[in-house]
Design a protein around this ligand. Structure first.
Ligand code: NAP
Length: 492
């Protein structure tokens, strides 16, 4: 493949990548380093970083150890903590971008609104929000799953006259000091920012619909001596990474195969509550009544102590409505507040809107997904040739680092590009029966997993189907994606 020009639109590039987060950058680095293909990365924002650029709420940090939550070929010996804070991860991604001289390949401030297959010319036509058009032979979507903030559909939400924002759209210019604040939601984001804001606000009313299971966070500073060693003896850092990988991987047995093992984790979590909360009423409120692991297990050492503060109250009565002055609960209590902060997560089930991706026969991707997102290996969708998803359906994880999954997928796409070049192929389209078989198998393996044990979570869609998680060992996923299985594809 090579770049060529066309009188009506911009030149055709070999690969168009959407998104400059971990996925898009990893793809870009590999293309830059290992091929001579032409490519462009489209990024709606004015900087790289994806989720780590967007989520800037106080206390935001990774909940997977940084030595694993980073690119294998770009180790960072200088991580300051076991679980690095957001600013450090963002900085890491910027450094990787500059090191590989990728910025010149990125079109910042360009939101791709529509990607349409031009069947006759075997090209993807991309249209940006400003109406510009671009053409590519291969499209790689690295848009991430957790990027559309979900606001609750509570009556009266628009009537509130105070300040309100979502954790992923944190307003740094709004001073929370001395304010009466309501926080709605107690998920992974909220448990990170609540301990940060509790000491500075006048009062914090935390509205909890379902308590999360929380276990201790094995965090600590990484000493200068360790950093020095990692820098000088890279094999030591690789060994540390491998140790973390296998420690996290061992948990998959409990999640998928032997859910009864999760009882041990529940004991640890209950003991965590006992140790950190003296008030039996508060302890009762925060103790979950569903199986541990059914929702994402959270890690924190400072969340429960924050709830014990005299200026923090945990509300468990359901929210009836929001009005001009604050939050009204079903028990008729009116909670007057200056600000409402939404820690209510992301619209994981609809990461791609209708009209955004149009495949063969003018079919909208949304219509190809009547029961929710699905793909072959989470990467390719039948009827959408030459389109590859990174962190697509069923490739998020409940137990380990998604960066490992991204690298597996990028390796698969790289091999697909090689196969296309060597075989003179202009099109690869996964066979529908291959996609169906793969997803039938996924369904079967999800059936016995802990997250199918009956709780509500973003793992499941409205049909009760798990469209988000990979139900097994990540090394198995890596084995499946090690090389491009061209026989699973219709080719031209
Ligand atoms: P989340 O885990 O989906 O939590 C959303 C919270 O909002 C839940 O407590 C939910 O309650 C509550 N909620 C939603 N709608 C509500 C409503 N109408 N009324 C009351 N409460 C409502 O979202 P998140 O905390 O933003 O985290 C999302 C994901 O992002 C995480 O699971 C994780 O994968 C990722 N994340 C990762 C990190 C990291 O450190 N790597 C940090 C933050 C986030 P219910 O439980 O009752 O639904």
């Amino acid at each position: 493949m090579s770049a060529s020009s066309h009188p009506e639109a911009s030149p055709v590039v070999d690969v168009a990548i959407i998104g400059a987060g971990f996925s898009g950058l990893c793809m870009g680095i590999r293309l830059q380093r290992d091929t001579s293909l032409s490519f462009v990365i489209f990024e709606k924002a004015d900087d790289v970083g994806g989720t780590w650029r967007e989520n800037r709420y106080p206390g935001c940090a990774c909940d997977v150890q940084s030595h694993l939550y980073s690119l294998s070929f770009e180790p960072n010996p200088r991580w300051s903590r076991m679980f690095a804070p957001q600013a450090e991860i963002w900085e890491y991604l910027r450094r990787c971008t500059d090191k590989h001289d990728l910025r010149r390949r990125i079109r910042f401030g360009t939101r791709v609104d529509r990607c349409e297959l031009d069947e006759a010319n075997r090209l993807w036509i991309l249209t940006s929000s400003t109406g510009e058009r671009f053409r590519a032979r291969v499209l790689v979507a690295g848009v991430g799953a957790l990027h559309v903030p979900a606001y609750p559909t509570l009556p009266g939400r628009d009537r509130f006259l105070g300040k309100s924002f979502h954790s992923a759209e944190w307003d740094e210019s709004y001073p929370l000091e001395g304010k009466r604040v309501a926080v709605i939601g107690t998920g992974a984001s909220a448990i990170q920012f609540v301990p940060q804001i509790a000491p500075i606000v006048q009062h914090l009313a935390l509205f909890q619909r379902t308590p999360p299971w929380i276990i201790p966070k094995p965090d600590r500073a990484i000493t200068k001596a360790e950093q020095w060693l990692f820098e000088r003896v890279p094999s030591l850092q690789r060994a540390a990474r491998a140790a973390i990988y296998w420690q996290l991987e061992s948990r998959v047995l409990a999640f998928v195969k032997y859910p009864r093992l999760m009882k041990l984790a529940a004991l640890v979590a209950k003991h965590h509550i006992e140790r950190q909360i003296a008030d039996p009423e508060l302890a009762r409120k925060v103790t979950p009544a569903y199986e541990i692991g059914c929702k994402r297990i959270l890690i924190s050492d400072d969340y429960y102590p924050a709830l014990c503060r005299p200026n923090v109250d945990v509300m468990t009565a359901p929210i009836r409505e929001i009005d001009e002055r604050g939050v009204v609960t079903n028990d008729g209590v009116h909670h007057d507040v200056d600000a409402i902060l939404y820690g209510t997560g992301f619209d994981v089930q609809h990461p791609i809107p209708r009209g955004a991706i149009i495949g063969r026969g003018g079919r909208d991707l949304i219509d190809a997904w009547p029961e929710g997102p699905e793909a072959y290996l989470g990467i390719t969708v039948s009827g959408f040739p030459n389109l590859f998803f990174l962190l697509g359906p069923n490739t998020a994880l409940g137990h380990s680092s998604v960066i490992y999954m991204i690298e597996s997928q990028v390796a698969y796409v790289m091999d697909a590009l090689r196969t296309m070049r060597d075989g003179g192929l202009s099109e690869v389209d996964v066979k529908p029966e291959v996609q169906r078989r793969f997803n039938d198998d996924l369904k079967r393996r999800h059936a016995g997993a802990i997250w199918s044990s009956g709780c509500r979570s973003w793992y499941l869609n409205e049909h009760g189907r798990n469209t988000t998680l990979w139900p097994g060992a990540t090394f198995r996923y890596r084995a499946l994606t090690r090389s491009f299985d061209v026989e699973s594809y219709h080719t031209r």
